[in-house]
Design a protein around this ligand. Sequence first.
Ligand code: BTN
Length: 231
Amino acid sequence: MKLAIHHFESVVSTNDLCKHYISEGAGEGAVILADMQTAGKGRHGRVWASPVGNLYTSILLTPSVHDNPPPVKAYAQLAFMTGLAVLKGLELLGVTGVQLKWPNDGLINGQKLFGILVECVDDAVIVGIGINVNHAPEGVGQETTSLAALLGKEFDVADVFHAVLKSFWQFYRQWIAEGFNTIRTECLPYTRGLNSEMTLGDKTGIFTGISDDGALLLTTSDDVVHAIVTV
Ligand code: BTN
């Protein structure tokens, strides 16, 4: 797989630019990297603070072009896979102790280090990754941290980008070739809140696992297992 990396000083949102690339005919392996975003997007229409010094990238995937493609409903697996891939890429840079908070957060000591925004356009998937490299934005509704704060030194964003992208492609190829099972097994020890009580939307129960489709399994007190795809 050949990657086509497009690097910009400033964009509105790398995910939105990636959508534009799809409309222009771009295929799997297009990667947008930006030094800053003027309107970076989080989940649920939230703003993703995007100053220079942190990492903003979006990766275009078309799982359906592969042999035995995973069904579209399995694309929820990609958020977990991406979280694990980012975590493993960061480990190579000396960052340990990251926890994955379903479905898309990377936390250290409960503070947000990275976020993932997966969007689908027909059967193409855009995986947007934002990592707090040198800044931990404040006033974003939750506690944040950065690689620089954690390790006490400035990071070159390019080093983080290459480590994360390499890890991402390794996991993506594994997902395409082998499916979700081994990735899920690898994710579980890093998953925050497993076997604990949690409330998602209007349901409170025990987080008992991750389904074959990548949904969070919430077992409520009536012993019903709810597969929750996104909240
Ligand atoms: C979240 O935690 O709510 C998801 C945050 C995702 C942010 C990244 S930064 C790169 C890509 N472009 C965007 O506009 N958003 C994602």
